[in-house]
Design a binder for this molecule. Structure first.
Ligand code: PGA
Length: 241
């Protein structure tokens, strides 16, 4: 696991953009795993800028998002599919059929999970998986205690995650309690992982990652088992580590 320490959120976004664009430029059909949340928003803005300047082409890019809330459809402004359309997909030339976000409203969620795994297999492995990290160390919606060999699955969100994400909803009662998420095993199969971490609220999670301890209590610690992980951390998240 390689750590890159940067000054602030903007530098984190720029560094992540530089790495992602470099990898995309080397691949005929990049398969990119994408994440939602506040952390990657700056990166998505930079990718849009590059596309608008004619420096980046998404026509051959295939994407797979990490997760989606159960019960929210694509048009719901709080769904992750909506977030991705709004923050990235609507502004670039990615073909709609190349975009994959798990459905949170599938009639049969178990089948949806299996289908999502199959779609990833058909596309080939994910070349670069972008990840944020939860304050509790979650990756995707894999909460503490999730098995490291888990595949795309239905998850019960941690109370702490529900509280953290309530800021996006009118009230905490509106926050879904379940989600579909790629599993930790799924994430570990990507060829490369690019993690972005910003802000003082992530100091505990960073401390744990730096300790090198591998435990299911901190889902992101599974990444120590992966051979190609870059973690970009800003000073606020780094703290006194
Ligand atoms: P954040 O979410 O980027 O909004 O902090 C990260 C996560 O929960 O994985």
């Amino acid at each position: 696991m390689e750590f890159i320490k940067v000054k602030n959120y903007d530098e984190m976004s720029e560094k992540a953009c530089e790495i992602l664009v470099d990898r995309m430029s080397k691949l005929q059909q990049p398969v990119i795993g994408l994440a939602t949340g506040s952390t990657p928003e700056g990166l998505y803005k930079l990718l849009i800028d590059k596309y608008k300047k004619g420096e980046l082409d998404f026509s051959n890019t295939v994407t797979f998002n990490l997760d989606e809330y159960v019960g929210l459809d694509d048009d719901d402004p709080n769904s992750y599919h909506y977030f991705m359309n709004d923050k990235l997909f609507n502004h670039i030339n990615i073909p709609a059929e190349n975009i994959h976000v798990p459905s949170g409203v599938a009639e049969n969620i178990q089948q949806e999970c299996l289908d999502y795994e199959s779609a990833m297999k058909v596309a080939g492995q994910i070349d670069v998986q972008l990840l944020g990290i939860g304050q509790n160390g979650h990756i995707g919606f894999n909460e503490p205690g999730t098995a490291f060999d888990s595949r795309t699955h239905l998850v019960d969100l941690d109370e702490s995650t529900i509280q953290t994400n309530a800021r996006f909803f009118d009230s905490i009662e509106d926050v879904p309690t379940k989600a579909v998420s790629m599993g930790i095993g799924t994430i570990l199969e990507s060829k490369e992982v690019l993690m972005v971490i910003s802000g003082a609220s992530k100091q505990e999670a960073v401390k744990h990652l730096l300790s090198g301890e591998i435990t299911e209590d901190v889902p992101a610690s599974a990444l120590h088992k992966h051979p190609n992980v870059t973690v970009i951390v800003d000073e606020a998240a780094w703290g006194d580590n």
